[in-house]
Design a protein. Structure first.
Length: 202
């Protein structure tokens, strides 16, 4: 565990410094994009509505005092990371002129619950409540070379707004882009993903 954390810290520090250097080298006039969202909560359940007309629901497990009607907010954050990196990867792959098929994310995140639960209120908390470490893999279907795949990983982590926010918070992000084995069949999974996206468009 300590070895993995050490390696993740090394990679996380690289991405943080790489982001800072990229910001300096591409400094230009701001191109601001604004997001609007409204939300209503009942107990721990919260239903949010986006300006684009989509609804997002979160809740807590019963063991944590919730009703378990939806995923926990932290899971939505991890889902947002996957969705944001997937969308960013499409842009980066297009600019790199490489093909990009499905991406299979498998993530693990950790935090110290003392940051949220320590008492008494009003006292200094012993640790930050944020996520401390996000690790995992992104199995990529692509014709990219090993060098191009490494570049895709770097560019996606730097350009993805959700990844950038996590790193800026102090979390260590160590999500490795790896090639999906050619012999692996993705027909059933691919069909289910396409069905979900198609239903969203109807």
């Amino acid at each position: 565990m300590l070895w993995r954390l050490s390696k993740a810290l090394q990679r996380g520090s690289y991405y943080a410094s790489h982001q800072q250097s990229r910001w300096v080298s591409t400094l230009s006039a701001p191109q601001t994009k604004t997001y609007h969202l409204q939300a209503v909560s009942s107990g721990s359940c919260c239903v949010s509505s986006t300006e684009s007309g989509h609804a997002v629901t979160s809740d807590l497990p019963r063991v944590s005092g919730g009703s378990d009607t939806a995923a926990e907010p932290v899971y939505l954050l991890l889902a947002a990371l996957c969705g944001c990196e997937a969308a960013t990867a499409q842009f980066v792959a297009y600019k790199m002129k490489i093909s990009l098929g499905d991406i299979r994310f498998k993530l693990e995140a950790t935090r110290d619950q003392r940051g949220a639960l320590s008492l008494p209120l009003g006292s200094d908390i012993p640790v930050p409540s944020r996520l401390q470490l996000v690790t995992g893999t992104a199995m990529v279907e692509s014709d990219a070379t090993d060098t191009q795949l490494a570049e895709l990983e770097r560019e996606v982590h730097v350009r993805c707004p959700v990844a950038n926010m996590l790193v800026a918070s102090g979390a260590v992000l160590d999500v490795r882009f790896e090639r999906e084995p050619a012999q692996r069949s993705n027909i059933s999974s691919k069909s289910s993903v396409e069905d979900i996206c198609l239903k969203a468009l109807i």
